[in-house]
Structure formats: C-alpha cells, structure tokens
Design a protein around this ligand. Structure first.
Ligand code: GH3
Ligand code: MG
Ligand code: MG
Ligand code: MG
Length: 303
C-alpha cells in the first residue's frame, strides 16, 4: 500500500466480464478495483505504478493463461511480492498444487462463497501491508530516520546501471563528523545521538534535486548520492552541507571551531566510460577525499 490512509488496490483478472463484476461488487467498499480481461493486459496493469496490493487471477483465459501470468509476475522484481490468489472453476488437487507452485498465496475454487473470498482477500492484504511496512523499516536508519546503508547500496547499484545506460555522470559526497568521539565523551551519548539527528536533518534539507539521496553510512558517517551530477556539482553540495552543519552552531568545546563541524569528500565519474569501474571504486575515491579533508585540518571539503 502506498499510503496507509488509501484503500488497497486489487486487480481482478478474468476473461468473463460477469465474473469480474461479482468480485468487484463484493470488494469495492474496501478496495480500489482495477480490472483486466486477459493475461497480457493483466501484466501491463500490474507492472506499472501504482502497483496492485493483491491480484485475483483466473486460470483459464484465451491466450496467456493464469499460471503463466503468475509465473511472469513472480519473475519480475517490481511485481514478485504482490500476492496472487487464483479464483477458478478448475477445482482438482493437481490444479491447486500447480497454482501454489507458480507462486500464488491462495487458491479459491468455484463455486465460492463471497464472504469467504472477502475474508481471504482481507487477510492477505493485511499480511501484504505488514510485509511492506517491514521492508520499509529495514531500509531506514532507526536513529535518524533517513535511509540506511542497505538502502544506499541498492540505490547506488540502480543509479550506476542507469548512468551507464544513459551515459550520465554520477557523484558521491561522504561526510564524517569531526572529533565526534570527543563530543560523546564530553556531552554524553544522548547528546551525541541528538547531534547525529540534527546533522542528518541538515544534510537532508541541503539536497536540491528530487533524485538526490542522503543515507547514514555508519556511526557518524553520511553518504550523499547525486545522480546525473559532475564533480563541480558534487563540490557545491559538499560545501553547502559543510556550511549548513557549521551553521547549526552546536557547541563542541573540543573542536577547532568550538562548534560541531563535518569534513567531506566528494567524487564523480562517468560509469562505464571511466577509470572508475564500479560503485565500490567510486566509494574509494570519495573516501580518499574525506581522508584528505581530515588530514588538512577538518571542517573542509576535498576530492
Ligand atoms: P575524526 O574527526 O577523525 O572523525 O574523529 P572522530 O572522533 O569523529 O572519529 P572516530 O571514528 O574516532 O569516532 C567516531 C565516534 O562516533 C565514536 C562513536 O562513539 C561515535 N558514534 C558512532 N555512532 C554513534 C551513535 O549512533 N551515537 C552516538 N552518540 N555516537 C556514535
Ligand atoms: Mg476464464
Ligand atoms: Mg568516522
Ligand atoms: Mg568523525
């Protein structure tokens, strides 16, 4: 489900319009209904956002049958987690077994009783909602609420492939809070946590494009992913972030400026056409920049 307040989307697939009608009528109070009259249409609807939260799928249809539709949904990253329930007149055990084998979560044979269909749909929608929530939580850093390293790694891989395909540049900024161990030692771990939250919020607010991303990479280290951005653009973002963090004016008696500051490295490359051959090599570059910024006295940016 995209929004917890929005009704879930259910796609009903059947070659007989009257069959769709019955199910749609039964579910429309609780769900937003999408329909498809054949397998090809079903795949088209299912593979475009907003994705359905559940699919009710007929087996026997002219052209592509329900088993094949299900198999293809399960083979596609964007749709493989959408629960599929077969609703079909084929009621022998072999058919049911086959339906479950191709990845359906449930199998309802006709004649069915509508209240039971509704209850099963509701149950599977609830499970889907919970697993969506868990997946989202697994991608978020618990302390700061921004994306975690796991989400960063996934986005990085995707943006790298996209940059190769579109011949775009790709840039990274890596920031590390200066003398943060001393900050914790002097102000306490609770204050340290609050400081990290403020730093995360500030970096997030310093992003300017919708495709940009800032993630918590490790303890007091943050990484910024900048698609379609060159070295000059990365330098600007890094410097904007450095100034914004210094501007927070968080007292830090043991830091050079007497306030919390950050050192940042930045790097950019042309994926597929460059000496930099992989996401991890670009990360090495940005790490080198960060190391340089630290060595040159902190509270600065370097590449
Ligand atoms: P430098 O300027 O060279 O980066 O020095 P530093 O002290 O920041 O670097 P160091 O890597 O030695 O210390 C990082 C500190 O960050 C150590 C650890 O206690 C603190 N830290 C890491 N994660 C968290 C966290 O989640 N909360 C708090 N409060 N502190 C954290
Ligand atoms: Mg049919
Ligand atoms: Mg560090
Ligand atoms: Mg540090």
């Amino acid at each position: 489900m995209t929004e917890s307040t929005e009704k879930p989307i259910v796609l009903i697939v059947d070659d007989v319009a009257a069959n769709i009608q019955i199910l749609a009528e039964a579910l429309k109070a609780e769900c937003r209904i999408r329909i498809a009259n054949n397998g090809e249409d079903a795949l088209r609807v299912a593979m475009r956002p907003p994705f359905p939260d559940l699919i009710l799928l007929d087996v026997m249809m002219p052209g592509m049958d329900g088993y094949e539709v299900c198999r293809r949904l399960k083979d596609t990253a964007a749709t493989q987690d959408i629960p599929v329930i077969f609703v079909t007149a084929r009621d022998d055990a072999e058919d049911e077994e086959r339906g479950l084998q191709v990845g359906a979560v449930d199998y309802i044979a006709k004649p069915y009783r509508l209240p039971i269909v509704k209850a099963r749909v509701r149950n599977h929608l609830q499970l889907k909602h919970k697993s969506d929530l868990l997946e989202k939580l697994a991608m978020i850093d618990g302390l700061t609420g921004i994306p975690n390293r796991r989400q960063f790694d996934q986005r990085m891989e995707a943006e790298w492939r996209r940059a190769v395909r579109d011949k775009h540049s790709l840039a990274l900024v890596m920031g590390d809070v200066d003398h943060f161990k001393l900050y914790n030692d002097h102000y306490g771990h609770g204050a340290g946590d609050a400081c990290l939250r403020a730093v995360a919020r500030t970096m997030f607010n310093a992003l300017s494009r919708p495709g940009d991303m800032v993630a918590r990479y490790g303890g007091e280290e943050f990484v910024v992913l900048l698609p379609d951005t060159n070295l000059d653009g990365a330098h600007k973002v890094a410097e904007r972030m450095r100034l914004a963090i210094q501007g927070l004016d968080i007292p830090h008696l043991h830091a050079g400026m007497m306030v919390v500051t950050m050192s940042l490295g930045y790097a950019a490359c042309q994926p597929g056409e460059d000496a930099v051959q992989s996401p991890s090599q670009l990360l090495d570059c940005v790490d080198d920049g960060l190391y340089k910024a630290k060595r040159s006295g902190r509270n600065q940016v370097a590449t």
